[in-house]
Ligand binder design. Structure first.
Ligand code: UDX
Length: 312
């Protein structure tokens, strides 16, 4: 919008919130539509960032059929829209297409190691078939597609109940509650800050690279190291609590971003601690906001009907 583009945001608010975009309402280049991409959409656009789908494991597992519909029917609808109006479509794919990887770090050539009937399948298989659909539309219909394989990302405006590790650990540390580590904490992840991702998506959309590109920050940590780091940054006295391991949890993950560097001239620039401090600041403010704006219903006085005796 700052570059002068007109932007239409389409959201069904399953995991998104109006508060995340309300500061743009009234801007002449901004429009917000409450719509679910599982239903067809008829608008005129030049570019489509197809970002729909819950991305947090507890959210996408909450309603696996809906997650599948969003990633399959939703993607078909967006590709159909792209075909009708001649728009370019960028699919937000995921590092989860690599499953529990046997190749480390993961480059775009790797086909992945995914359990097709496991609890994560609605999301990782959903995104895999979404990629397949993009290339079918490209080959058969000439639709221009871009595919970003997004690795773990965090930042302000994540939902308090998102359930992914960064928001969980920060909120737990801020509230003095135990930091919940699933399994031994030896599994690894690499986290990128949201502004790096957004820059990567825009560069990819406007590039001529139609094959999949990893977007992520390759700085890898174990989840236990990560818990300790967040505790230290918050200055929290919280304990670390070990809970049972999540089923099919990928044991290691780290992006190989050579392709993005070479073909897009993109790489993450926000250091992990700087990004975490921004997220911590955001969640601290959110907790204050919640404490000041909580609606506490007053108990209603019991209504006593005259002239009748109650028998229990
Ligand atoms: O409270 C928690 C939450 C999570 N974890 C662990 O932390 C690691 C990261 O878990 P998250 O839920 O944040 O994210 P995952 O890496 O499992 O999945 C993510 O992958 C990349 C994206 O496509 C998606 O955002 C999401 O599916 C996992 O090993 C998980 O078991 C905890 O130890 N404690």
């Amino acid at each position: 919008m700052m570059d002068g583009h007109e932007v239409t945001v389409v959201d069904n608010f399953f995991t998104g919130r109006k508060r995340n975009v309300e500061h743009w309402i009234g801007h002449e280049n901004f429009e917000l539509i409450n719509h679910d991409v599982v239903e067809p959409l008829y608008i005129e656009v030049d570019q489509i960032y197809h970002l729909a789908s819950p991305a947090s494991p507890p959210n996408y597992m909450y309603n696996p059929i809906k997650t599948l519909k969003t990633n399959t029917i939703g993607t078909l609808n967006m590709l159909g829209l792209a075909k009708r109006v001649g728009a370019r479509l960028l699919l937000a794919s995921t590092s989860e297409v690599y499953g529990d990887p046997e190749v480390h770090p993961q480059n775009e050539e790797y086909w992945g190691h995914v359990n097709p009937i496991g609890p994560r399948a609605c999301y990782d298989e959903g995104k895999r078939v979404a990629e397949t659909m993009c290339y079918a539309y490209m080959k058969q219909e000439g639709v221009e597609v871009r595919v970003a394989r997004i690795f773990n990302t965090f930042g302000p405006r994540m939902h308090m109940n998102d359930g992914r590790v960064v928001s969980n650990f920060i909120l737990q540390a801020l509230q003095g509650e135990p930091l919940t580590v699933y399994g031994s904490g030896s599994q690894t992840r690499a986290f990128q800050y949201v502004s790096d991702l957004v820059n990567g998506l825009v560069v990819l959309m406007n590039s001529n690279v139609s094959s999949p590109v990893n977007l992520g920050n390759p700085e890898e940590h174990t989840i236990l190291e990560f818990a300790q780091l967040i505790k230290d940054l918050v200055g929290s006295g919280s304990e670390i609590q070990f809970l049972s391991e999540a089923q099919d949890d990928p044991q290691k993950r780290k992006p190989d971003i050579k392709k993005a560097k070479l073909m897009l001239g993109w790489e993450p620039v926000v250091p992990l601690e700087e990004g975490l401090n921004k997220a911590i600041h955001y969640f601290r403010k959110e907790l204050e906001y919640q404490a000041n704006n909580q609606y506490i219903p007053k108990p209603k006085p019991a209504r006593i009907k005259k002239g009748r005796t109650r028998h229990n």
